[in-house]
Design a protein around this ligand. Structure first.
Ligand code: ADP
Ligand code: ADP
Ligand code: ZN
Ligand code: ZN
Length: 837
């Protein structure tokens, strides 16, 4: 039963660390949840409210769903009253798994296809094309040559045979597999009367071409250890063969393997032999010629999709204006569709995303941008009476644009929706109607309600860390300023919107790179700087945990020719002063629940050995493998060691429910009976890092791993926390912790991408202390950052801009924070001035 006093009433919430928490929060207003990392704000906003709302939502929409919901764990809470019945939900974590584009997730591409279909300029005599005919994902639209991929994959002789002085037996055909299959191909060639013991370049061109490119796959009798002469003789004499071997050309092998292999590593190996070129038929535009012939304002639909949204906006308004007084049906269609699109682009522009284009792949859009994009889409969805739950929508946003974010949030609630937002940004907190502060500290020292009320009243709460930093201007960090010991000079850097920029990065100090969203910070720092230094150091001495993803493998970015590299800029001086490069970004540290905090940091190997060394384990003949949930012998067979089983829902992202056999413990019962200091292996995985410190206080190696995690403020995470549940900021801090553990030498360049994301100001203070210690040891730290208190505490600031996209890409100001604060051109200056006070 809903009581209707306009409040959501939570009673007895006990999810994770919450201590039977009670709280009343207003409906239809902007409510911000604050607190230090690990205090329990997500457990309340997501674990309790979101989870309950999801339950009720699923329950309300379909009886089919009801059966599934019973499998999904209900949040541990006594009662929640007044929760709006319908919910529009934001998936909290995890990158989008399917490849999509800005146009598809906003559905603006649909409208554009409609517009081209109904109102485009067709060539004389060509019939109208339905909207589907403008989509490369449909048979009507897709280019026949490349099946709508836009690229054609092929091989080239130089790639397949990099060294033509080698013989085939010595491995001239580098693209061929090694091991048994490689030997087999050599034998097959011998049986085909081809000499495999002469340098490749001496073979007739016809033979070379056949070996490399043939589509034939003849099967021939082969002889295991014969040379050409012996093989010839054996064949003439009809000697019984060792076996029948099959031939496959290098090209077929490469293309087939690339197409069918499921393994990332194999794909990577094989990609080296591929050349990827734009489809010659559609010029990479993916569509059939008849669709590309249709234009608006002389642009085909693909070129139109490549325009930044502010240009799309301008062009559509122009188009609408041109037919304002036209009574034709076509004009009516143009007016309807353009008005609708312009209306929907408006909030996207207001949220500072006007530099994006419709064709931009979501894999290259940051999590913060993606969330704002979804937010903008929701603003126009005409939903009301729903509750939205969001995680740090301000991530990636320059302070200049936070104000429009706050406006957008209020627009959602004005339409009759409730908004629950987990945030650290001071402007968002101050701009909220209501603040729920959870704490006072992390883990078992948190989980209580510190404050719940109108934002401005938080200022007078005395025991809230949030109040101290956000309202009472507590100092973030007092660090001694340092001066540069050298300079790394980049010349003519060109990347995305950055055009021939010259940048000087001071060495031996901490530098913040600032600028509005889309100004080119990542292009300059995370891309150009990193690549140039990496190339300069020759690929060695570089540590980056990330695997090349399939998406990036397929994108043409990985196949850059030499000419392009020359155009990308160069390091002019300073490289000699750098011996190592460490990139700590926010990309996920694992894609499956198989990767956990303990496995990623390497602690789990040691812990498993401790279990295997117990007398109990020895008497059962258990080795360390039995204590791994990735090895068959010890793990629960039902969930294969995941502890959860995924429940596929047709209409929503799939959800996980606890395994009914092991109840989330991941292991077989007899393995769970083995105890180390009274803890089973599952108990250990459930410990927080803080708690584990006491259990493993006599094991140096494990302890060291734990301590480094505590140092970066992650003591509240559990060892079994799956990597997929970590936020980008947490993933980044884990990488940082791993790095801090090994950092001793100086002359390392650390490149970080918004390291403060997901951090409360008190956690940021801790992080700054650790980054400072890296600098104190003679290293260089460069970070892209939006938090002005952090920028003000750096030794140096480089401001990029002045605007986003085409109006950005230049160094606007550089120098000490005070220098940059005085710059009149810089969008950052006013905010930096405030933070420098
Ligand atoms: P916040 O959002 O304030 O950073 P969380 O709500 O994520 O904090 O975490 C609060 C506490 O709950 C922490 O001690 C954390 O380790 C614990 N916790 C979070 N997620 C899980 C989980 N999936 N299983 C068990 N404990 C968890
Ligand atoms: P920032 O890091 O300052 O937010 P970025 O460097 O990400 O800015 O983006 C600068 C400009 O380059 C923007 O106009 C953006 O749309 C464009 N851009 C960034 N990455 C890509 C990409 N992978 N492909 C095409 N354009 C990109
Ligand atoms: Zn094509
Ligand atoms: Zn199980």
């Amino acid at each position: 039963m809903h009581n209707d006093d306009g409040r959501i009433q939570v009673r007895g919430a006990r999810v994770h660390n919450l201590k039977s928490l009670n709280v009343d929060i207003p409906r239809n207003e902007v409510v911000v949840f604050t607190g230090v990392s690990g205090s329990g704000k997500s457990s309340l906003a997501f674990g309790t409210l979101y989870a309950e709302a999801q339950h009720r939502y699923l329950d309300s929409i379909s009886p089919y769903a009801r059966r599934l919901i019973e499998q999904i764990e209900k949040p541990d809470v006594d009662a929640i009253e007044g929760l709006p019945p319908a919910v529009g939900l934001h998936q909290r974590r995890g990158a989008p798994s399917v490849r999509s584009s800005v146009g598809s997730i906003t559905t603006l591409s649909n409208s554009l296809r409609m517009l081209y279909s109904r109102a485009g300029d067709y060539p004389e005599g060509q019939g109208i094309i339905y909207a589907d005919g403008f989509s490369a994902n449909t048979p009507e639209g897709a280019c026949d040559e490349c099946d709508g991929i836009g690229k054609v994959f092929d091989t080239q002789a130089q790639l397949l045979v990099p060294d033509d002085t080698l013989t085939i037996r010595e491995g001239a055909v580098a693209a061929w597999p090694g091991a048994w299959q490689g030997k087999n191909l050599v034998r097959v060639l011998l049986s085909l009367d081809i000499d495999v013991d002469v340098p490749w370049h001496t073979l007739p061109k016809k033979t070379q071409d056949w070996i490399l490119y043939s589509d034939e796959t003849p099967q021939v009798p082969v002889y295991r250890s014969y040379n050409l002469e012996q093989t010839r003789q054996a064949l003439t004499e009809g000697e019984p063969a060792s076996y029948n071997g099959k031939f496959i050309s290098a090209r077929r092998h490469v293309l087939d393997t690339f197409k069918t292999s499921q393994k990332e590593k194999i794909k990577q190996r094989i990609a080296r032999f591929l050349s990827i070129t734009s489809c010659p038929t559609c010029q990479g535009k993916k569509l059939k010629a008849k669709a590309l012939n249709v234009t608006l304002d002389r642009l085909d639909i693909i070129d139109f999709s490549r325009l930044p949204l502010h240009d799309v906006d301008r062009k559509l308004k122009k188009l609408r204006h041109a037919v304002a007084d036209d009574a034709s049906e076509r004009a009516q269609v143009i007016r309807n569709i353009t008005s609708d699109v312009v209306d929907r682009i408006k909030p996207i522009i207001a949220l500072g995303l006007d530099y994006l284009s419709l064709d931009r792949s979501t894999t290259t859009v940051s999590a913060g941008e993606l969330q704002r994009l979804r937010l903008a889409t929701q603003l126009k969805s005409n939903l009301f009476g729903v509750v939205f739950v969001m995680d740090e929508p301000s991530a990636g946003l320059h302070p200049r644009d936070v104000e429009s974010l706050v406006h957008a949030l209020h627009d959602i609630t004005k339409a009759g929706n409730s908004l629950l937002v987990v945030e650290h940004n001071p402007y968002v907190i101050k701009g909220a109607n209501w603040v729920v502060d959870v704490g006072p500290r992390a883990g078992t020292n948190g989980g209580d309600l510190v404050f719940s009320g109108p934002a401005e009243q938080l200022a007078s709460v005395t025991h809230s860390s949030t109040a101290d930093f956000v309202f009472n201007n507590k100092t973030l960090v007092n660090r001694a300023r340092r001066s540069a010991t050298g300079t790394l000079s980049l010349k003519n850097v060109t990347r995305n919107n950055v055009k021939k920029a010259n940048v000087e990065i001071p060495l031996g100090v901490m530098t913040a790179v600032t600028g509005v969203s889309g100004s080119g910070k990542s292009s300059l720092i995370s891309q150009a700087l990193v690549e140039l230094v990496r190339d300069g150091l020759g690929g060695t001495h570089v540590q980056n945990e990330d695997e090349l993803s399939e998406a990036s493998l397929l994108s043409s970015d990985n196949y850059i020719d030499d000419e392009e590299i020359a155009e990308k800029g160069a390091i002019e001086k300073g490289l000699d002063d750098i011996s190592r490069l460490v990139v700590v970004d926010q990309s996920s540290i694992g894609r499956t629940p198989r990767s956990t905090l303990a496995t990623y940091t390497g602690m789990f190997d040691q812990i498993r050995r401790l279990f295997a060394d117990t007398d109990e384990a020895k008497s059962c003949n258990y080795d360390a493998g039995h204590f791994s949930f990735n090895v068959i012998k010890g793990r629960c067979p039902n969930c294969e060691g995941l502890g959860v089983v995924s429940v596929e829902l047709l209409f929503m992202p799939s959800v996980y429910s606890p395994c009914t056999v092991c109840h989330g413990k991941r292991f077989k019962d007899d393995v769970l009976e083995i105890k180390y200091k009274e803890h089973s292996i599952a108990d250990v995985l459930a410990l927080t890092v803080d708690e584990a410190q006491h259990v493993f206080d006599d094991n140096k190696a494990v302890l060291r791993g734990l301590e480094t995690l505590i140092k970066v403020g992650l003591g509240y995470l559990t060892l079994g926390q799956s990597a997929t549940e970590l936020s980008g900021g947490e993933a980044q801090r884990i990488k940082l912790a791993t790095e801090l553990k090994r950092a001793q030498n100086s002359n390392t360049l650390y490149v970080l991408d918004e390291p403060t994301t997901g951090l409360h100001l008190s956690d940021i203070a801790l992080l700054m202390t650790h980054l400072s210690s890296l600098v104190d040891r003679g290293n260089t730290v460069v970070m892209v950052e939006h938090n002005m208190k952090v920028a003000a505490a750096c030794d140096y600031v480089i401001d990029i801009g002045p605007g986003a996209g085409g109006s950005g890409g230049q160094v606007v100001a550089h120098g000490t924070p005070e220098d940059v604060a005085r710059n009149k051109e810089s969008a950052t200056a006013p905010f930096l001035t405030e933070a420098c006070r």
